[in-house]
Write a protein that binds this ligand. Structure first.
Ligand code: NAD
Length: 420
C-alpha cells in the first residue's frame, strides 16, 4: 500500500484514467499532472448519531474533500449515501474542479459525503446528522473557503440546517455558506431547477448541431429526484415526449408521453412515480428502452460494459455524475452514441449555485428570469467552446470537455507558482 491508496476507489480509478489520457493528449506539464491527481485537503470525521429510539447510538463517518484551492473557494455538493467513501468523494471533487473550470467559475472542486442511507431517516434524524456533520466541518468550510450544496440524498432543507448550524457558530446569519437553500433563506428557484433544465438546454444545442430537434424526441429518464424531474419538466415544456421515468420506488412507461406536470402533482403526495395512473408499470430495464435520448439522472456507474451494447438511445445526457464507466463509454462510442458528459451536462447546478452565492455575498437581488437567461447563456457558450474543441481535435465531447477543464485548472496552478 502506498501513501495515496486511501484516495483510491473504482470511481477514482476511472476519473484518473480519463485524466491521464487527456493529460497525455494535451502534453500536460508532468509536475502539475501528478499534483492534480490528489486533493489538497481531505477531512474525515466520525460522530455519534442517535436514532429516534433513544437507546440506539451509532458512529457515523463523513468526509469533505477539497481538490484545488488555487482559483477561489472550493465548491461541491454533499451526498448522503450508505456507500460513500473517501475515494468516491475525492473522485467527485476532482470532477467538480473540471466542471467549474469548463463554465468559467472562480471555484476549485470539492465534495462531501456522509456514509448513511438517507431513505429510512426521519426528519429529526436527518436534521441531527446534518447539524453534527456541519459542526465537524467547521474548520474547513466558509463563505470564502468552501461552499457546500445539495447532492444525492440531500435537499434544500438539508442546506437550511447547514446554514443555521454554521450561522449559530459564527454568530451572524451566513446565507452564503451553502447554495441550494430554500428561497426564504436567500436560495434561488433557479438553483432548484438548474441542473435538470441546464442538461436539457445543452442537449437541445447538441441536437441542433446534428440538424435534429429536441422537441420531436422521445426521452427516457432514470431517477426522478432534483435532476431527473426538472429535466423531465423542461423536456415536456419543449414538446418532447418523456416516455419512461423511474425512481427507487417504481418505473412507469407511456409510449405517447407522460404528462409531467400531472406526475409532479402525483409525487408530491406519493413520494415515488410508481403507481401513477397516467402510465403503465414498466418491467423492462429502463436504460435499454428504445428512445432518442436517455438521461441517467440517479446514481453513478449504471451504464457498464454489461449493458452498453443494449442501449438503444442515440444520445445520452449524463445528468448524474459518472453514470457511464470507461469501458461502456468505448462501446457506446463505437456504436455512434453521442454522450453529453456529466461535467458539461450537469454543470447547471454549480453555475446557478455561483449566482446564488454572489447574490448572498453581495446582497444582490436578481430576478429569476434574468438568472435563468444567464444560466442558459453560460451553459450554451461552454457547450459551443467544447463543440469547437471536439471538432478541431477530432475527439468526443467528454475528451473535449476535459481538455478545456484540465487546461484551465493547470494554467491557474502554474501561474500561481510554488509555495514556498
Ligand atoms: P436526488 O436524491 O434528488 O434524486 C435521486 C433520484 O434517483 C431519486 O428519485 C431516487 O429514487 C432515484 N434513484 C436512486 N437510485 C436509483 C436507481 N438505482 N435506479 C433508479 N432510480 C434511482 O438526487 P439528485 O440531486 O437528483 O442527483 C442525481 C444525480 O445527479 C447524482 O448523481 C448527483 O451527483 C448528480 N448531480 C446533481 C446535481 C444537483 O443539482 N442536484 C448537480 C450535479 C450532479
Amino acid at each position: 500500500m502506498t501513501n495515496t491508496d486511501l484516495f483510491v476507489s473504482n470511481m477514482y480509478k476511472e476519473v484518473i484514467k480519463q485524466y491521464d489520457e487527456v493529460s497525455e493528449f494535451i502534453n500536460l506539464d508532468s509536475n502539475i499532472r501528478e499534483r492534480l491527481k490528489l486533493p489538497q485537503r481531505a477531512l474525515t470525521v466520525t460522530f455519534p448519531f442517535r436514532r429516534d429510539e433513544y437507546d440506539e447510538v451509532e458512529t457515523v463517518v463523513g468526509f469533505r474533500v477539497q481538490h484545488v484551492l488555487s482559483m477561489g473557494p472550493t465548491k461541491g455538493g454533499i451526498r448522503y449515501d450508505a456507500d460513500v467513501n473517501l475515494g468516491e468523494v475525492t473522485a467527485l471533487a476532482i470532477l467538480m474542479s473540471w466542471k467549474s473550470a469548463i463554465v468559467g467559475l472562480p471555484y476549485g472542486g470539492a465534495k462531501g459525503g456522509v456514509a448513511i442511507d438517507p431513505n429510512p431517516l426521519s426528519r429529526t434524524e436527518k436534521q441531527r446528522v446534518t447539524r453534527r456533520y456541519t459542526a465537524e466541518l467547521l474548520p474547513v468550510i466558509g463563505v470564502d473557503k468552501d461552499i457546500p450544496g445539495p447532492d444525492l440524498g440531500t435537499d434544500e432543507q438539508t442546506m437550511a440546517w447547514i446554514m443555521d448550524t454554521y450561522s449559530n457558530f459564527v454568530g451572524s446569519p451566513q446565507p452564503g455558506i451553502v447554495t441550494g437553500k430554500p428561497a426564504s433563506l436567500g436560495g434561488s428557484i433557479t438553483r432548484r431547477e438548474a441542473t435538470g433544465r441546464g442538461a436539457v438546454a445543452i442537449a437541445n444545442a447538441a441536437l441542433e448541431k446534428e440538424g435534429k430537434e429536441y422537441k420531436n424526441s422521445s426521452i427516457v429518464i432514470q431517477g426522478f429526484g432534483n435532476v431527473g424531474r426538472y429535466a423531465a419538466l423542461d423536456s415536456f415544456e419543449r414538446g418532447a415526449k418523456v416516455i419512461a421515468v423511474n425512481d427507487l420506488g417504481g418505473a412507469i412507461y407511456n409510449r405517447d408521453g407522460i404528462n409531467i406536470p400531472e406526475l409532479f402533482k402525483y409525487i408530491a403526495k406519493n413520494k415515488s412515480v410508481g403507481g401513477f395512473e397516467g402510465a403503465d408499470k414498466l418491467d423492462d430495464d429502463i436504460l435499454e428502452l428504445d428512445c432518442d435520448i436517455l438521461i441517467p439522472a440517479a446514481v453513478g456507474g449504471v451504464i457498464t460494459s454489461n449493458n452498453a451494447e443494449n442501449i438503444k438511445a442515440k444520445v445520452i445526457v449524463e445528468g448524474a455524475n459518472s453514470p457511464t464507466t470507461l469501458s461502456a463509454d468505448k462501446i457506446l462510442k463505437e456504436n455512434n452514441v453521442m454522450i453529453i458528459p456529466d461535467i458539461l451536462a450537469n454543470a447547471g447546478g454549480v453555475t446557478a449555485s455561483y449566482f446564488e452565492w454572489v447574490q448572498n455575498t453581495q446582497n444582490y437581488l436578481w430576478k429569476e428570469k434574468e438568472l435563468h437567461e444567464r444560466l442558459i447563456d453560460v451553459l450554451t457558450s461552454a457547450f459551443e467552446e467544447i463543440w469547437i474543441i471536439s471538432e478541431k481535435n477530432q475527439v468526443d465531447l467528454r475528451t473535449a470537455a476535459l481538455i478545456k477543464g484540465i487546461k484551465k485548472v493547470a494554467a491557474a496552478k502554474l501561474t500561481r507558482g510554488l509555495f514556498p
